[in-house]
Design a binder for this molecule. Structure first.
Ligand code: SF4
Length: 414
């Protein structure tokens, strides 16, 4: 075992077994490992300790193999209890998940929370509590009404020049506040015919210049499937840019392999929208994955959901934004939490989001300030929100503004 200059532990590589597919169903477990991929040879001291304690027969190559991570995800209360003590609220929630968003946690992410308290932000991201079973009147299973804007399976066409393409319902971890909790985690795969219909829809709509590939998490698909999807979209002449929405660098950084980068490079211009929630998610492994993607030449943006008791204060949000910039991810959107069933314990007031933006704007670099948006219930789309105090007066003569220190400034309109 060697320590590298980050203080992380590298272990000697051992022999690998061969061959497998991915796009695993939740809970699928086999012991077949991947081939021809150089895993990132980095395991933090924390993950190393966890691995030796709970996966003592596992090699470092297996740990760093994203397919091994997927096959060994924790999906049952029995497995979860083996690595951590659960609270009563968590036990009740997990035992009553039937028909709801399933439980799924990669061993890597489990290594970040196994010795945490129930209030730990990362733990709250993946382990449900009893409040999740309560639904209020304002909550809906598809709050953004995506089904109504879906002309063919997998495609949501709401905005004039772009479409959302949900290519899988599978994620490596399931976030308890997921907007698509009504569909992710369900065994409703797109078949080859569905993909062909979706490509056909995009090809026949010349106004579509931007395709956002999302899910589920597209990077849980195997390399061949990703290549197939990207090549078919890229050959449509009027598609100018492709975006991929993923949480992989946070929950399964081992997925960011050389092979993945080489596939993505073929389909530039390609942007990645990464999903971050808390500064503690930016570990050595996560940082390495982000830097690798940035080195690959992909602009990286982050999307964050505002969550009560997790990131709903200025110091935590500022730390997250600063850490993102250090790993070359540009903060993009801060979302008001969508009104999905059982999300009441996660939601803050809109006022809280505005306060946070006010606490960032001017107090730190503009690059560190995301746009605060509400994805309007009922399918109204994203609406940006700014604290109202900046504009004090605006008429044909001038605009009077208040800066971040509260000082009034004037700009003439004539
Ligand atoms: S990674 Fe994204 S799609 Fe998957 S559960 Fe989390 S929020 Fe939902």
């Amino acid at each position: 075992m060697n320590a590298n200059n980050n203080g992380a532990t590298t272990l000697p590589r051992e022999s690998r077994l061969v061959g497998c597919s991915s796009d695993e169903e939740p809970g699928a477990k086999t012991m077949i490992f991947s081939q021809n991929e150089i895993p990132i040879q980095l395991v933090s001291n924390r993950s190393s300790e966890f691995m030796h304690r709970y996966f003592p027969l596992t090699t470092i190559d297996s740990w760093n193999d994203w397919k091994w991570q997927l096959r060994n995800t924790i999906t049952t209360i029995e497995d979860l209890k083996k690595i951590m003590k659960l609270s009563d609220k968590e036990v009740i929630a997990i035992n009553n998940l039937k028909g709801r968003l399933p439980l799924r946690i990669t061993p890597y992410f489990a290594s970040l929370i196994y010795d945490s308290k129930p209030t730990n932000p990362l733990r709250r991201n993946v382990i449900p509590v009893v409040e999740e079973l309560l639904t209020s009147r304002s909550e809906q299973s598809d709050p953004l009404h995506e089904k109504e804007s879906s002309p063919v399976k997998g495609i949501v066409h709401r905005y004039p020049d772009r479409v959302l393409f949900t290519v899988t319902q599978v994620c490596s971890n399931y976030c308890r506040y997921c907007t698509r909790s009504h569909s992710v985690g369900r065994l409703d795969k797109l078949g080859r015919q569905d993909f062909e219909k979706a490509f056909g829809y995009i090809a026949s709509h010349k106004e579509v210049r931007d395709v956002l590939i999302s899910g589920g998490d597209p990077f849980t698909l195997n390399d061949d499937t990703l290549d197939y999807i990207l090549s078919n979209i890229r050959r449509i002449e009027h598609v100018e840019i492709i975006r991929i929405g993923t949480r992989i660098p946070v929950v399964l950084p081992q997925r960011v392999t050389d092979n993945l980068i080489n596939i993505l490079k073929k389909y530039q211009p390609l942007f990645l929208s990464l999903h971050f929630m808390h500064p503690d998610e930016i570990t050595e492994e996560c940082a390495k994955a982000c830097n690798k993607l940035a080195d690959g030449g992909f602009p990286l943006g982050s999307q964050t959901v505002l969550l009560k008791g997790i990131n709903d204060n200025v110091p935590v949000m500022m730390e997250l934004m600063h850490k993102l910039l250090k790993v070359r991810v540009r903060p993009y959107y801060l979302y008001q939490c969508d009104l999905i069933p059982g999300s009441g314990h996660f939601r803050t007031t809109v006022r809280k989001g505005l306060e946070i933006i006010k606490g960032l704007r001017g107090f730190t670099s503009g690059y560190a300030v995301p746009t605060f948006v509400i994805d309007a219930p009922g399918g109204g789309g994203k609406i940006p929100l700014l604290p109202p105090d900046y504009v004090v007066e605006h008429n044909e003569e001038h605009i009077v503004m208040r800066n971040y220190k509260g000082v009034l400034c004037e700009y003439p309109e004539k």
